[in-house]
Design a protein around this ligand. Sequence first.
Ligand SMILES: [Zn+2]
Length: 461
Amino acid sequence: MSTAMPAANWVITGDIVTMDAHRTIITEGAMAVVGNKIAAVGKAHNIRAQYRGVPELGSAQALVLPGFINAHQHLTADRLIASAIPDNLAASSAIFDWVLPVHNHVSGDDDELAATLSLTEAAANGITTTIEAGTVAHPDRVAKAMTTVGVRGAIGGWGSDADGLPQSASVSEVIDAQRQLIERYSSGGLVEAAVTLVGHNLMSDDLVVEAADLARATQTRLSFHLSPTPDDSNYYLERTGCRPLVHLDRLGVLGSNVLVGHAVHVDTAELETLVRTNTAVVSCPWAYLRLGQGVTKCFAHLDLWHQGGRVALGCDTENAGDAVDALRAAALFCGLAKDTAQDPTQFGAHHALELLTIAGAEAVGMADRIGSLEVGKMADIVVIDRSGIGWLPPSPDPILQLLWANGSRSVSDVLVDGNLVIKDGNCLTVDTESLQEPTRQAAKRLVERSGIRPSSRWPMH
Ligand SMILES: [Zn+2]
């Protein structure tokens, strides 16, 4: 007796790192993808028997993982001046002489191109979901890039009512624009919108309260930047008498749909507030190191994790961490956790992989759809090729060998929403060769319009 199985797009073979509740790894495993969902996960001989004649990806040597989640990425102008902001500038100079002029002059074409480049690099490194950090002037163009590359993500527009920032507007104008964006990109789609404020000291109490109301009313996420350095604490203490997260809690802003970018320099009362309100935090460790922000002196993200707090990882921007590479961020986070605690027993590669997958999905409110390889979830899948020299000899623990040794260079195939986006390391949805000249031209024009002065001058000491 045979039961007709629905036609599968793919059977993917290898050792399947499911990231299910038991952290099951199925050796000599396989999974079937039907439409945009995972239809079956099990031993390869069983899956093949059920899904005969279906095209296969992976191999007996492959490692198969859930797609990675990059929970904080600026998909805008920064990419067109990638790794061009000198790494020896004071923070004020980097912001006022570089970042703001570029954001003041970015065009819609620039935003679409920048997002296409970032997301294509991201996909090649196994990132299948990207949460935009909320400094986009042309969010529809970034959404178009997400659709073109074929990756999952959330977009948001500039949200600030502070004077002197590009795209700043009144509270009602900011809220109306964000509401309209959410109506255009509703929750649950491949590209969705969320409420995004710039944060820091660039949001009034009125704005953040209304933004929180909008996020709750539309059942979306609210995100903002806070406390990558001690500056925000000093500002809030002076203005309100409280530290930032304590103040925001008193305003009723925090909660399980809130995602705070950074929250590095927080005290014990703020940590308690984050845990009690179930507010999530994105850690972007390379940005803190590239910008010298003091994460090695105050690694509150580890304390948050120990206390059961919700933590995801991000890659931030191409001038603050630079590489759009989630495994690289995860390895650094892991090393920082061990070293700042001076205790190698605290946090390991497996925990770091959780932050990139199921725990990251939970932190951004998408764990019902993504973050693990289980039947019924969306087919966002990364295949790691273990035939290279970096995997020889293969460790009995592939997670250690992936995180500490090989990283993203072994990513071979990536599916998002059941579609093959990366095959043998190459992007199928975007012709990267054809982007070369338009990118050089767009970058040159943006540099000219914004008046920044990239240089190759060696900084003698
Ligand atoms: Zn950011």
